[in-house]
Design a protein around this ligand. Structure first.
Ligand SMILES: C[S@@+](CC[C@H](N)C(=O)[O-])C[C@H]1O[C@@H](n2cnc3c(N)ncnc32)[C@H](O)[C@@H]1O
Length: 641
């Protein structure tokens, strides 16, 4: 009964929070992005089938399945397929097949397969023709094209930089205040009378928490919140001034340019003047965008000149015709430069394609040399589907140089592939990593005060290609990097080896699946562990946070958010009172440090430092450590708190 009541009230609180979180996401979705928006969830499934490609929807996966899970199912049932598509929050995957026969066999094999206690089902992937948005007419508001594109890409360009930093801090204050309000919703109603039971030394702190009602737990574990909100004017913790980017102009080392037509109908290469979903297809060159480097502007201009003289047209998103689509340009702090041009080639014969590639290569090599720009990697991606973006899975052909380029950060060298994630503002990223290291070491030193011989271990959760862990490894006894994407882990291993860093262990896994193994097999009992969690823009699944809370010996989390509004739910789940789902003691935010990685735009990075709440009875008993075994199995029927 007690458990049921608790679940109900937790569900209620979660519902309230979800709605708010959703609102944040909706508001965010309406804001203009720096560049074109990412492909929205569900869009892929709605794309027109091309060239008779057969697709099947595999449903019933639940909201927390990964591509890896689907791969495993297909492998187990020996299903022949060509492509799998799954996105965060999809409860289904879209599987493509080479022919009708493979499609029908797969359908027969997959219908009714058991996955996480549920039966999967298949459905024909009915694709709806998405209407092309109505082209938008631009109202003459007195702005020049240069001003328009600057307003779109760098909306704060007219605001003095000091003021931008202040604005960003104020914006974070609002988000953090909402976060504090969301947490406050866990408090019982005002007329709730029963206070938490007194500390009883004869039982462990966790037993004591288990014995409480949901309301008592909230009263005790969120007691800090009222004090913090009073002290910090509604905020859950102190917020420091925004740390400025050392470079405020031309700082971007990666730009995704679009080929298109400007307001006068001329072929150009630059940024879209708004979102395509809003009917905007006009492209303007980036010459007036403060965040784009001189080198990247030169490259956009070279590409513009090239397409203007080319017999082939730029791609038109509405009619889906034309050849020149996108250009990914990396102009790195190391001096190296990569250009990847995306072409639609299915209406060209192979001779014409070969001729066009040669022409691109010859022209760019000549132009780059005249502009004294080194061209270390020139790639072509032939991509004929409708998705308007760089398609990671589509092959890329090296026309000149190497597929990888090298970037430098804090004296370390990183080999990066065209599409791998790498922060785009190197000097500000160095400050960010310095700050993360400082917080990590401070936390470790504090924890070591009680056990001076303990070693400090850094957990680099969601480590990507390993930059955070590699740049910090020399300050820690050991670093453990956990990342889901196998290619990123391969890059991370190569990067660690190339930099002579030997005290890192990489685990290719979901964080939530790896935590138990990490603490059982890679960390000794005396180690002091600090976790850095650098999740994707929208944050991580709740199961990642659950797994972090499940480890009682993990006391410090440094959370790095590139979009705090979107990842607030993670902070809520870290700090909410103990429950059936979130078992360990909560993590309390102690400070928030904004760091401006994106001057002149509305975006800003923020670090939130969190510390595990000390239970009323401070001592940790052995029984608590052994809880790791009990709770880390992701069982559908969770044991009670
Ligand atoms: C913002 S990137 C962080 C990259 C890295 N920290 C860096 O600075 O280069 C987020 C990473 O989280 C990974 N990721 C997302 N969910 C994950 C999960 N549940 N377990 C492990 N990795 C995850 C993504 O694959 C992505 O590489």
């Amino acid at each position: 009964m007690q458990k049921r009541k608790e679940e109900d009230s937790e569900l209620e609180a979660t519902k309230k929070l979800k709605t708010e979180h959703q609102e944040h996401q909706d508001i965010e979705a309406e804001q203009p992005e720096e560049h074109e928006a990412e492909q929205p969830e569900g869009q892929e499934a709605e794309q027109q089938e091309k060239d008779g490609v057969m697709k099947l929807k595999l449903g019933g996966l639940g909201r927390h399945a990964y591509k890896k899970d689907v791969l495993k199912i297909l492998e187990t049932h020996q299903v022949k397929y060509t492509k799998i598509k799954i996105a965060p929050k999809w409860t289904y995957a879209v599987i493509s097949f080479e022919n009708n026969n493979d499609y029908s066999i797969a359908k027969g094999k997959l219908d009714g397969v058991e996955f996480k206690g549920k039966k999967l089902f298949t459905k024909e992937n009915v694709v709806q023709q998405r209407e092309a948005p109505a082209p938008k007419e631009f109202v003459d508001d007195g702005r020049s094209p240069e001003e328009r594109i600057a307003d779109q890409v760098t909306p704060l360009w007219k605001v003095p930089y000091e003021e931008q930093l202040q604005m960003k801090k104020e914006d974070f204050k609002k988000t953090l205040t909402n976060y504090a309000k969301s947490l406050a919703k866990f408090f019982p109603k005002k007329n709730y009378k029963a206070q938490p039971p007194p500390v009883d030394d004869s039982i462990s702190p966790l037993e004591r928490i288990k014995s409480m009602t949901t309301e008592q737990r909230a009263l005790e574990q969120l007691d800090w919140l009222n004090g913090a909100r009073k002290e910090f004017d509604g905020l859950p913790c102190k917020i420091l001034d925004t740390i400025a980017s050392p470079e405020t102009e031309g700082y971007r080392t990666k730009c995704e340019f679009t080929f298109g037509r400007d307001m006068d109908g001329n072929k150009t290469c630059g940024f879209l003047l708004g979102l395509y979903k809003n009917g905007i297809t006009t492209v303007l060159n980036p010459n007036s965008c403060l965040n784009v480097s001189k080198k990247a502007k030169d490259i956009a201009n070279i590409l513009e000149k090239y397409v203007q003289q080319s017999e082939h047209d730029v791609y038109d998103r509405v009619s889906k015709s034309g050849v020149y689509r996108l250009a990914l340009v990396r102009t790195l702090a190391s001096g190296q430069c990569l250009v990847m041009v995306q072409l639609k080639t299915n209406e060209l014969d192979s001779e014409t394609i070969a001729k066009e590639k040669k022409s691109i290569k010859d022209t760019l090599l000549k132009e780059f040399s005249e502009h004294s720009i080194s061209l270390d990697s020139l790639l072509i991606q032939e991509y004929n589907d409708d998705f308007n973006g760089i398609k990671e899975e589509a092959p890329m052909e090296v026309l000149h140089g190497t597929k990888f380029v090298t970037e430098e950060l804090l004296g370390f060298k990183f080999q990066i592939s065209p599409t791998s994630f790498f922060q785009v503002n190197p000097t500000a990223t160095e400050l960010l990593y310095d700050k993360i290291r400082e917080l990590g070491l401070q936390a470790a030193e504090k924890a070591k005060a009680n056990s001076p011989n303990a070693g400090a271990v850094l957990l680099d959760l969601c480590c990507g290609t390993g930059t955070i862990g590699i740049t910090m490894a020399k300050h820690f006894k050991k670093v453990i990097g956990v990342e889901l994407v196998a290619e990123a882990i391969e890059d991370a291993k190569r990067n660690a080896a190339a930099n002579g860093v030997t005290n890192i262990t990489y685990i290719c896994s979901k964080v939530e699946d790896a935590m138990h193994d990490v603490f059982k097999n890679h960390v000794s009992r005396d180690d002091v562990v600090v976790a850095v969690l650098d999740p994707p823009r929208a944050g991580v699944y709740y199961s990642v946070i659950k797994s972090i809370r499940d480890i009682p010996t993990l006391k410090h989390v440094v959370f790095v958010a590139c979009d705090l509004k979107q990842s607030t739910q993670n902070l809520i789940d870290l700090a909410r009172p103990t429950s059936n789902k979130f078992k360990g003691h909560p993590f309390i935010p102690v400070q928030a440090i904004p760091l401006d990685l994106f001057p002149h735009t509305n975006h800003c990075e923020i670090i939130v430092e969190l510390v595990r709440q000390e239970p009323k009875k401070a001592e940790i008993k052995d029984t608590e450590v052994s809880q790791v075994d009990e709770v880390s199995n992701d069982q559908p029927n969770e044991p009670t708190v």
